[in-house]
Ligand binder design. Structure first.
Ligand code: NDP
Length: 275
């Protein structure tokens, strides 16, 4: 049986084994997918040992940069992102590194939620790895502008500089922003602690602004609650991004694109069940 894993540390609560089991059932692909707790001090040797027999892997926190360095070759989007979340064993035994996070975000926004990004003013909160992966696919949709606001402004400045050749992208601090925007994407890890970046409610055009939190949870996240409280047009979490980045990885491995909607529905149900 073809073997796949997700590497992470910690990894116990990963949804990837469930998602890929459902994809495999749905598409009739015979494969085995499991969660793998990789050691913090020796990811590379651990991953290479798996690939003596394994066919592919997903990579999550904190190994995406190490996976980037481990890969023998990189897709253009992984090269741009500087991080790898999908490893693919090639016919010659070499390992290709890809990054499907940004494609997953854009597909969730445009296909699942019907958001048109072309000509829109997009504000991204945060300047970490997830933003780095998302900028190229977001800019490819030709928004009017992307503003990256971050607590450490230098990181936003660095990202804006690196990606400015692909489209209009500018750095900012949180407290420089006042005017309403069309779309706000929260890519800070503040939500993990139930916190919010310090941003003004005036950024929301009531009834219009689309607010997206990359984090997901069984309850509305702190950012989604803030968006709802200030009458945003939509307040959506990142569960769809998780499923879509997985669907893109599955496609890269198996050459078959699974249907994500039923898997997303199943996952939402499983999140609602308290354990
Ligand atoms: P990183 O650790 O690379 O970056 C974290 C970012 O959050 C930095 O910009 C950091 O700012 C900022 N930050 C952290 N705490 C606070 C705070 N209290 N107030 C304001 N800003 C804060 O994380 P990632 O980019 O990998 O992930 C970001 C989020 O996206 C996480 O919640 C993650 O779960 C989610 N994610 C979801 C995915 C999905 O499939 N749904 C996929 C990937 C990520 P600073 O630079 O100043 O430290």
């Amino acid at each position: 049986m073809d073997r796949y894993v997700v590497f992470g540390n910690p990894i116990g609560h990963s949804k990837s084994p469930l998602i890929h089991r459902l994809f495999a059932e749905q598409t009739g692909q015979a494969l085995e997918y499991s969660a793998s707790l990789a050691p913090l001090d020796d990811f590379t040797a651990f991953a290479k040992a798996f690939f003596q027999h394994g066919c592919g892997a997903n990579v999550t926190v904190p190994f995406k940069e190490q996976a980037y360095r481990l890969a023998d070759s990189l897709t253009a989007r992984a090269q741009r992102a500087g991080a790898v979340n999908t490893l693919i064993k090639q016919a010659d035994g070499s390992i290709l590194g890809d990054n499907t996070d940004g494609a997953g975000l854009v597909r969730d926004l445009t296909v699942n939620h019907g958001v048109i990004l072309k000509g829109k003013r997009i504000l991204i909160l945060g300047a970490g790895g997830a933003v780095r992966g998302a900028l190229q696919p977001l800019l490819a949709e030709q928004p009017e502008v992307i503003v990256i606001a971050n607590r450490t402004v230098e990181k936003a400045e660095q990202l804006a500089k690196e990606f400015s050749e692909l489209g209009p992208v500018f750095p900012s601090g949180f407290d420089w922003l006042e005017e309403p925007v069309d779309i706000i994407i929260n890519a800070t890890s503040a939500s993990l602690a139930g916190e919010l970046p310090p941003i003004l409610p005036s950024l929301i055009q009531p009834g219009e602004t689309f607010c997206y939190d990359m984090m997901y949870s069984s309850e509305p996240t702190a950012f989604c609650r803030w968006a709802t409280e200030h009458k945003a047009g939509y307040a959506v979490d990142g569960l769809g991004m998780l499923v879509e980045q997985a669907a893109e990885a599955f496609f890269q491995w198996r050459g078959v694109r699974p249907e994500s909607a039923p898997v997303l529905a199943e996952l939402r149900r499983s999140l609602a069940v308290k354990v």
